[in-house]
Design a protein around this ligand. Sequence first.
Ligand SMILES: CCCCCCCCCC/C=C\CCCCCCCCCC(=O)SCCNC(=O)CCNC(=O)[C@H](O)C(C)(C)COP(=O)(O)OP(=O)(O)OC[C@H]1O[C@@H](n2cnc3c(N)ncnc32)[C@H](O)[C@@H]1OP(=O)(O)O
Ligand SMILES: Cc1cc2nc3c(=O)[nH]c(=O)nc-3n(C[C@H](O)[C@H](O)[C@H](O)COP(=O)(O)OP(=O)(O)OC[C@H]3O[C@@H](n4cnc5c(N)ncnc54)[C@H](O)[C@@H]3O)c2cc1C
Length: 664
Amino acid sequence: MEGVDHLASERSRAQFDVEEMKVVWAGSRHALEVSDRISRLVASDPAFRKDNRTSLSRKELFKNTLRKTAHAWKRITELRLSEEEASRLRFYVDEPAFTDLHWGMFIPAIKGQGTEEQLQKWLPLAYKMQIIGCYAQTELGHGSNVQGLETTATFDPQTDEFIIHSPTLTSSKWWPGGLGKVSTHAVIYARLIIDGKDYGVNGFIVQLRSMDDHLPLPGITVGDIGMKFGSGAYNTMDNGVLRFDHVRIPRDQMLMRVSQVTREGKFVQSNVPRQLVYGTMVYVRQTIVADASCALSRAVCIATRYSAVRRQFGSQNGGVETQVIDYKTQQSRLFPLLASAYAFRFVGEWLKWLYTDVTQRLQANDFSTLPEAHACTAGLKSLTTSATADGIEECRKLCGGHGYLCSSGLPELFAVYVPACTYEGDNIVLLLQVARFLMKTVSQLGSGKKPVGTTAYMGRVDQLMQCHCAVQRAEDWLKPSVILEAFEARSARMSVACAQNLTNFANPEEGFLELSADLTEAAVAHCQLIVVSKFIEKLKQDIPGKGVKEQLEILCNIYALFLLHKHLGDFLKTGCISPKQASLANDQLRSLYSQARPNAIALVDAFDYTDHFLGSVLGRYDGNVYPKLYEEAWKDPLNDSVVPDGYQEYIRPMLKQQLRNARL
Ligand SMILES: CCCCCCCCCC/C=C\CCCCCCCCCC(=O)SCCNC(=O)CCNC(=O)[C@H](O)C(C)(C)COP(=O)(O)OP(=O)(O)OC[C@H]1O[C@@H](n2cnc3c(N)ncnc32)[C@H](O)[C@@H]1OP(=O)(O)O
Ligand SMILES: Cc1cc2nc3c(=O)[nH]c(=O)nc-3n(C[C@H](O)[C@H](O)[C@H](O)COP(=O)(O)OP(=O)(O)OC[C@H]3O[C@@H](n4cnc5c(N)ncnc54)[C@H](O)[C@@H]3O)c2cc1C
């Protein structure tokens, strides 16, 4: 039934003001207005159609992306869209493309690591897209270990140039998005060599292709690295391979904010920390955390709407069957993901604030908060992307068999999303960075250095090592102070236990390697504490709108108690809570699911996603799933003919053979 809202009765049960929740989700009334307007602009433009992606060949897919990005750029310039509007447009176009790396990494790398003159020279060209750039760091042989990169940039004092060279096969740049077929330029990372001495990895701007005919410049070999996981999905991106054969670039194309090479070939280290060479990764990790809430909320929106439409079992005397969303098992899998989407949204907002703060401090030569910014961006990137990738897959299963169809939107979402666990730092490697930071914090506790920021709780380590959880009734678990103390105690105790175990090793680095699995668990506990505490902090703000704050409180408690339930082993092993308190937490969790149930559809409506963006027959706003699912099947190219191509060659002879055998 076209035009009928099959989810209307669900919507009428909501106990809060959905429009106000949309504002909370978007971040502000202004952000909601921009987001809503741009999402409709994209949805109504046929040039941004995306429902045929999974049936296109790689070449068609890629060309289609080029067409869309050109069209997007035309619309951005015609409509004079602001940076905020353009970035929303990119979000709703919903197709990975070279432009992500140009705007998301090439430009930030120049901005963060270039000198004033370099910014003035390169940024205007990049902003007008008169050059297109990518970020070429990873090599065939090394990705995580950035210090292990092999590409060299050797200074030639005769000509005042660097010679960029790939000395081995494993030094080939491998993976950079936008490199394979599009980028004219790249920020490449290479070992700086002066007079035979190695000064470590630095960034350089290198032109790759001719501005006249797009052919690679002399000495450059470049191409695409091939098909990636999933049909459609990330294959819109030209991840590339690049080799240099003694390519010369002028000296002023080394990004020289962090260190400089003079005309005489002298290496000068400025007063900014060397780690700023890694600054672009900190920036992108922060954007990836914000993006996790988008990907997860999208999957949750599809699974929640479909779970309210889908009915199985439970019919009494020929009446209607039970909506699968009413099964407690469905709720216990779905609602923690709904709560996680909101939790990641708020921690993403906070991380953006932290990043802005550290950037301002760096400009004023205050580097004191850089280690914390690195640990938070690395840890939260790891935590949120792992949970989101797992969450999308869980949403697929929550939709039963139909979730496996491409028309559900979930397979492609998963395939596009899952590399986020690897790119911008493998999630385990990043957790180990957090663990290093935690071990350093614990080791300094005795020295009188007071931990600040997200590790401030470690300053109360004596109390946290001894405290006893005060919960006696299930409702006690609704107190933010109780939840916070349990999470702080668990994290502090896990870190302290690792630090104590490390003292058993004569060589600390050896100990770190041996205990690395425990260390990553301590890092996860710390990062989960950050997410929980930022959700609780958010709720201290003034949040207008009927019932909005109450719903967020329910979600916050679901998030925290779900984590407690999932990681019960940690909480019990460290003696933070008793088995009885664990069981009370579980009782409370069940009650919270019941409270969330009538609001579930409205809570996903608050994401304000258009049907175009969701790209899912199961997640349609009107819940009119079955006719559309049926209709969609007939659009498959296999259904273009009634008798399939290949019948005469393969099916008919086989059938005839069977017939002959049967007659014998
Ligand atoms: C059409 C028009 C549209 C217009 C609008 C479009 C808008 C689009 C916008 C899009 C926006 C964004 C989207 C972006 C797209 C993303 C797509 C994804 C692309 C993915 C790209 C990549 O993957 S790039 C490659 C990433 N690579 C990695 O992440 C490598 C991981 N490895 C490392 O980071 C490091 O090597 C390491 C940290 C693991 C270890 O480094 P190293 O061995 O050198 O260090 P140590 O362990 O010895 O540590 C030394 C000390 O340094 C500290 N440290 C380490 N890293 C950092 C850091 N980043 N910052 C600060 N400090 C750091 C470390 O803690 C040590 O400190 P001490 O202990 O105090 O010594
Ligand atoms: C879709 C996609 C897009 C990308 N885009 C870009 C780009 O634009 N530019 C760019 O430069 N790069 C890009 N990359 C590369 C990406 O950043 C790297 O793949 C990533 O940093 C992981 O490094 P690796 O591949 O070397 O993994 P490896 O480090 O080889 O990881 C392999 C395994 O070893 C484990 N491991 C590694 N080191 C340790 C350790 N110290 N302790 C314990 N375990 C360890 C890891 O956990 C993992 O399980 C992209 C990658 C992908 C998948």
